[in-house]
Ligand binder design. Structure first.
Ligand SMILES: [Zn+2]
Length: 297
């Protein structure tokens, strides 16, 4: 039995999957925000419950926001900031009395989709989660590319490529820089753009609905978003040329992206043809936690 844990900012999810990739048990609890100690307790309780119900022990993989720093062994880059600087990679193996594998949540998402999801036929996969942030993960031949600094795939804190008027220096980002891709492409960024353009304070989901209903402002904001997403993904295609780019997170529910964005990225890709496909995640919100389980192959 493989147990996967997804340590999210709002919820902690756990699944147990069998050798065929079938989810046998699923549990969800709210994340104890701003409390590292209670986060540890919540994970341990989830594992104990699953193993008690299943009557067996499992391997454990954990998807985390951010990553474990190879330099310090501590969590870094997590937007769930109460995890940053914490010795999660020491505490969980000790408390669970077994080795535990960790990976960035977007890497887990990409792995899940590459193993048995929407990118299962591709050798090189870029997984993107666009919601409150813009995570990314690279999987090659069904293995996560971690990278020397454990940040492979973190495209969201590069500057927006080929910035247009008004895009540079761009909005401030929580990482301390300005004009990061994330400040243009996250779900909240769509809402900000709509509001700054004279629209109401509504969510990206509502803006997408208004665009479907034919509202001109919503359509303009979404078109601007699609062009930016195309530019940002083209720079990824130029670097490692994935066969499939898989989208997850709230923004992945905007159906028109899958046709509109590939139609816009060609001018920014250094190639006469672009066969890279942009597809929606097959496992939806469960991809992260499935990928965490697949960290033990
Ligand atoms: Zn940033």
């Amino acid at each position: 039995m493989r147990i996967g844990i997804d340590l999210g900012g709002t919820k902690i999810e756990a699944v147990a999957i069998d050798d065929d990739g079938v989810v046998r048990v699923r549990r969800r609890v709210p994340s104890p925000r701003d409390d590292y100690g209670r986060t540890l307790t919540a994970v341990i309780d989830l594992v104990r419950e699953i193993e008690r119900d299943a009557g067996t022990r499992g391997t454990i993989g954990v998807g985390i926001p951010g990553t474990i720093s190879p330099a310090t062994g501590l969590v870094k880059n997590a937007n769930s900031t109460w995890l940053n600087g914490r010795p999660l990679a020491d505490d969980l193996p000790r408390l669970l009395e077994r080795p535990v594998r960790f990976a960035n949540d977007a890497n887990c998402f990409a792995l899940s989709e590459a193993v048995d999801g929407a990118a299962a036929d591709a050798d090189v996969v870029f997984g993107v989660i666009i919601g409150t942030g813009t995570g990314g993960g690279v999987v090659v031949h069904r293995r996560i590319v971690e990278g020397a600094n454990s940040i492979a795939g973190e495209w969201g804190h590069n500057p927006m490529p080929a910035p247009r008027d008004g895009e540079w220096p761009g909005p401030p980002c929580y990482c301390g820089r300005t004009g990061c891709i994330e400040t243009f492409l996250s779900g909240p960024a769509i809402a900000r753009d709509y509001q700054a353009s004279g629209g109401a304070a509504i969510t990206a989901r509502e803006i997408a609905q208004r665009a479907r209903d034919g509202e001109p402002l919503a359509s303009i904001v979404l078109a601007r978003y699609e062009e930016r997403l195309a530019r940002a993904l083209a720079s990824i295609i130029n670097v490692f040329d994935p066969g499939v780019i898989v989208l997850g997170g709230g923004v992945s529910n905007i159906e028109r992206l899958y046709d509109s964005v590939p139609a816009l990225w060609a001018p920014h890709v250094f190639s006469d043809t672009v066969t890279t496909r942009l597809v929606r995640a097959a496992h939806g919100d469960s991809s992260g936690v499935r990928g965490a389980a697949w960290l033990w192959d």
